[in-house]
Design a binder for this molecule. Structure first.
Ligand code: ADP
Ligand code: ADP
Length: 217
């Protein structure tokens, strides 16, 4: 299956993406994770992306699209994929549609994770990420056993630079202006499914899987 996850920053896209991708045996492709790996690896792409990420703005489309094109051309993405964080605006969605048409295929479904604003801010403000394995925790909603230490790998947890209050505000504005229009774009394409993304993580995964099954039939 070829699936896109959309939703505001902090909706739980990354959290859900890992479970959904593993249920469907498809790779999870997160543009945010790829940018962050480039930032910590000190690559040219990372240096360029960091400037935008730290402000809470989108990295320019041509850079992002080229990166996604490369990733979707890899062998493991030929039978399906779950995109998390891409597309992020209507021009990216249009390019993705063309790109997949060139590959002779298209998206099956777009899951829209629906969460109210206050909850999104609570989730972002308490998010902690593992420096070693990238696993995401939350200081209140999903705390590790030992504060600041990843249960999965023993790595150090840190707060993303863009999860600070001022940048959070900017990212939410960018979401409203640029990303939210994707909802009607994909509704018009007839492939949008809303998923209530409040409540326990496992329940949300079950809702997402039910929505996907409706499209798989
Ligand atoms: P996104 O990728 O959409 O930005 P994340 O998956 O990183 O969102 O989740 C944002 C924060 O919210 C993380 O700290 C995560 O642990 C927490 N979180 C994710 N799902 C839930 C949930 N269902 N209830 C409470 N907190 C959640
Ligand atoms: P979140 O999990 O909070 O939704 P991401 O990890 O997806 O955030 O993205 C972090 C940052 O990386 C974004 O604020 C943006 O600067 C950059 N980024 C990620 N995906 C894209 C994209 N598709 N287009 C442009 N910039 C992106």
């Amino acid at each position: 299956m070829r699936v896109v996850l959309v939703g505001p920053p902090g909706a739980g896209k990354g959290t859900q993406a890992q479970f959904i991708a593993s249920h469907l045996s498809i790779p999870k492709i997160s543009t945010g994770d790829i940018f962050r790996a480039n930032v910590s690896g000190g690559t040219e792409l990372g240096k360029l992306a960091k400037e935008y990420m730290d402000r809470g703005d989108l990295v320019p489309d041509e850079v992002t699209v080229a990166m996604v094109r490369d990733r979707l051309s890899e062998d493991d993405a030929q039978e399906g994929f779950l995109l998390d964080g891409f597309p992020r605006n209507v021009p990216q969605a249009e390019v993705l549609k063309k790109m997949l048409a060139e590959f002779g295929t298209g998206l099956d479904v777009v899951l829209n994770l629906v969460v109210e604003d206050d909850e999104v801010v609570r989730r972002l403000a308490g998010r902690r990420t593992c420096r070693s394995c990238g696993k995401v925790w939350h200081v209140v909603f999903d705390p590790p056993t030992v504060e600041g230490v990843c249960d999965a790998c023993g790595g150090e947890l840190f707060q993303r630079d863009d999860d600070r209050e001022e940048t959070i505000r900017r990212r939410l504005e960018v979401y409203q202006e640029q990303t939210a229009p994707l909802i009607s774009f994909y509704a018009d394409e007839g492939i949008l499914q809303g998923v209530d993304a409040t409540g326990p993580v496992e329940e949300i995964t079950q809702r997402a899987m039910s929505a996907l099954r409706r499209f798989a039939d």
